[in-house]
Design a protein around this ligand. Sequence first.
Ligand SMILES: [Zn+2]
Length: 156
Amino acid sequence: MKISRELSDKIQKVIDEFVADSELFLVGTDNSEEKVDLRKIAGEINTLPIAFDWFECWGITPSKEIILFKYEKPYLIKTETNQKIINMVLSDTAKKYSELKELMPIRNPESIICPGCDGTGINKEFAHIEVLAKSIRCNCGGVGWLPSADQKYLYF
Ligand SMILES: [Zn+2]
């Protein structure tokens, strides 16, 4: 994806700040008790970590590519192609880093309001239980809408 030099520089600056932060950011790997420092990995693969799973994480690169990587070498970096996941990561990035708010995904004519949350980003089933509402993501990833009504986006 072609993005402006200016935006690319902004993403790079946030990555550099994340990597330079002196506070350890420990994450676990699936075949070792040992924890690794996510800031070190972020520096090695020049990626800003955004959305976390157990042993892997989605992040964004300075070229606005969304990748999934594991916490241990060789990190098994995979380019994310599912638009629903891409939107989730972009939305999380824009919410978390105000200087990157222009990354917020924009709805297009095919996109639909998410049936799981009616557009709020919080799954209806869990909305009344605060701890679950915060910890369990809606199928839309918290974006509130889906890229289209295609079956592949309707479920996890
Ligand atoms: Zn939703």
